[in-house]
Design a protein around this ligand. Sequence first.
Ligand code: DGL
Length: 268
Amino acid sequence: MDNRPIGVFDSGLGGLSCVKEIMRIMPNENVVYFGDTGRVPYGSRSQETLMKYVRQDIRFLKTFDIKMIIIACGTASSAVLPWIGDEVNTKIAGVVEPAAKAAAAQSRTKKIGVLGTAATVRYGKYVDEIKNICPEAEVFQKACPMFVPLVENGYANSEVTKTIAREYLEELKDKDIDTLILGCTHYPLLKNEIREIMGEDVLLIDSGMTAADYALKVLKENDIQSDEADGTYKYFVSDSPGDFARLGGIFLEKPILENVEKVDIEKY
Ligand code: DGL
């Protein structure tokens, strides 16, 4: 038993897709969430910059005496986690491995698509993980750099997003995939648009959700689950809280009633 919080971070709103699943499957866990809204998007940054950002994000979360960190960001999980995992000194999980495992297990045809940011596609970690588990799999990646700014600015369900989604997904439609990893945690908010284009038969894997499932497994295996009646949630951002609570409520499918606080992340 361990009632310390789980620290979850992302470049912005996307990691809330992981928090949503934490609320569902482990409602008694306390969560500290950090969205690096002052420096979003991560997907177009260099590895050097991402290393700096992620180290600062982790240092900030560690001020809360957390028992585990979830990097609820496909970009940071691909371009940073494999290089810094050992220096963190706390249990840590990214989104790549759990989503890759779920896709490899659930795909019948072993033709799998991966949507992600430019950095995620460049590092190809989803492909590596899937091929590790299932060498015969055919994996098709597609970078969707416009999706994150659209979601962060509240355009998730707009005509412009549908048009851009059609453009991005066009080439995947010919590949005959039966499983598609939403390899960026912002993309579950575009599930309906993506499903409409790809068709009902293509299984969508929500990488935020599978990361939360994996985290629960780690907590159980280490006997460090919380025994509190109800979990509490603290939300921090690195820019003005502005619309974070409103848009975040859409991600969580329930309102964020807690105060969203601004933190000067450069101090960490
Ligand atoms: N949610 C982040 C991810 O999973 C978005 C990265 C970005 O800010 O570009 O990759």
